[in-house]
Design a protein around this ligand. Structure first.
Ligand SMILES: Cc1cc2nc3c(=O)[nH]c(=O)nc-3n(C[C@H](O)[C@H](O)[C@H](O)COP(=O)(O)O)c2cc1C
Length: 161
């Protein structure tokens, strides 16, 4: 089973999980980044990012080294922004929707405590991918490490082994 872990992370929480997943599965780790970075500090961080997520923006990405033909499975890993997936992940999913629909897809979300269910429902609606092979939601695993986060992460990985 050839797997790609495709992730966006602003402050390292999702990246932490994405790295663990790719190590455990021997999967390729692919980071996506918008051409124009979002503000990472202060009030503008939440204003710009939140508005971009709510309005369904699809920011242009830096070139992504993702060749769908190489993989049977794709793990999508993203923070939750304003009860949505992050806009860069939305761009990635929409640009690759036709190919993703034919593969196994698993989803890992990192959030602070609210809106992950909504984000997943919206992902299903805009991607047309109705069935995920595995799905896990972590609560800021770097900022607030916990046994519960590690348990959810290892259960997620076990499902994909
Ligand atoms: C613009 C913005 C919007 C956010 N919206 C939510 C939200 O709706 N619900 C939530 O639980 N956390 C929200 N968060 C917090 C992040 O989802 C959370 O801290 C996540 O673990 C960050 O992942 P990262 O470190 O990989 O960037 C938001 C953060 C940002 C920057």
């Amino acid at each position: 089973m050839r797997t790609a872990v495709v992730y966006y992370s602003m402050s390292g929480n999702t990246e932490y999980a994405a790295q663990k997943i790719s190590e455990a599965l021997g999967a390729d780790l692919i980071r996506i980044e918008p051409e124009k970075p979002y503000p990472e500090k202060g009030f503008m961080k939440f204003l710009r990012g939140g508005r971009s997520a709510v309005t369904g923006e699809t920011p242009k990405l830096k070139p992504v080294p993702f060749d769908a033909d190489l993989y049977d499975r794709v793990v999508l890993a993203s923070p939750v922004w304003a009860s949505n997936l992050t806009p860069p992940m939305r761009t990635f999913v929409l640009e690759n929707r036709d190919r993703l629909i034919k593969k196994r897809v698993a989803v890992l979300l990192s959030f602070s405590g609210g809106g992950a269910d909504k984000a997943l429902e919206k992902l299903k609606a805009f991607s047309g991918i109705s069935d995920f092979e595995a799905c896990a939601v972590l609560t800021d695993p770097v900022k607030r490490p916990s046994a519960e986060n590690e348990k959810r992460l290892s259960e997620f990985i076990d499902k994909l082994k």
